[in-house]
Write a protein that binds this ligand. Structure first.
Ligand code: GSH
Length: 219
């Protein structure tokens, strides 16, 4: 039995999607970011600062999405979704796993300020502008990479795409995507994958974004 601790439209989607790509079924334990369930003592025993994803598997429990991805791909190498030591794409693969959190931390900052810090502490426009520009820079790097390939690594789809791909469903709330045509085409390729579609069915509706685009407010 595999158990995934999950919030719809959060980083735990990376793992839900990867499990679908691997043909592994899991039990989903659903949480909400706003109802206090992440702060409960029984969940903090699983994930010390109360964050998702956390995965119970093979008699152990792992938190941190990148660590979970590495564990899953390294313990199931026959499924071909990781790039193990010795693989010529190993370095690029590890870079994308880490870069996914560089990009996600910017998104988390934008989410925090646009969605969770309303009155009486309005977010600072200068910070929002800076974070949107930093997000655009990460999209530019992806767009350059995707100019000559379908997936982030030249040999084809990998778990790096589930780590990075998840971020791309939040980025358009903060950055106009028309400047990144290769990323837009990549998003369409992701949406066409059966495992992605099946994971979305299991995911449930997102509860964060209330409008299509969050612009930088005028100072
Ligand atoms: N680096 C961690 C970040 C996990 C994380 O921050 N998850 C968010 C959801 S996307 C969360 O659980 N936030 C709850 C909170 O901050 O209270 C990972 O990649 O797993």
């Amino acid at each position: 039995m595999i158990t995934l601790h999950h919030i719809p439209f959060s980083r735990s989607f990376r793992i839900l999607w990867l499990l679908e790509e691997m043909g592994l079924t899991c039990e989903l334990k659903q949480y909400s970011i706003t109802d206090g369930s992440l702060r409960a003592a029984n969940f903090k025993a699983i994930s010390p600062v109360g964050r998702v994803p956390a995965l119970e598997i093979d008699g152990t429990t792992i938190y941190e999405s990148g660590a979970i991805v590495e564990y899953l791909t390294e313990t199931r190498p026959d499924l071909g979704l990781g790039r193990l030591p010795g693989d010529p794409e190993r370095v690029a693969y590890l870079e994308w796993l880490g870069f996914a959190e560089t990009q996600a931390s910017i998104l988390a900052s934008l989410n925090m300020q646009h969605l969770f810090m309303g009155d009486p502490t309005p977010a600072a426009p200068v910070v929002l502008k800076l974070e949107a520009a930093r997000l655009a820079a990460t999209l530019k790097a992806m767009d350059r990479t995707l100019a000559d390939r379908d997936w982030l690594l030249p040999s084809g789809f990998s778990a790096a795409d589930t780590m990075m791909g998840f971020n791309l469903f939040s980025a358009p709330y903060y950055v106009k995507m028309d400047g990144f045509p290769n990323v837009l085409a990549y998003i369409e390729r992701i949406k066409a994958r059966k495992a992605y579609q099946d994971a979305r069915e299991l995911d449930g509706p997102q509860e964060f974004y209330k409008k299509d685009f969050y612009d930088v407010p005028q100072a």
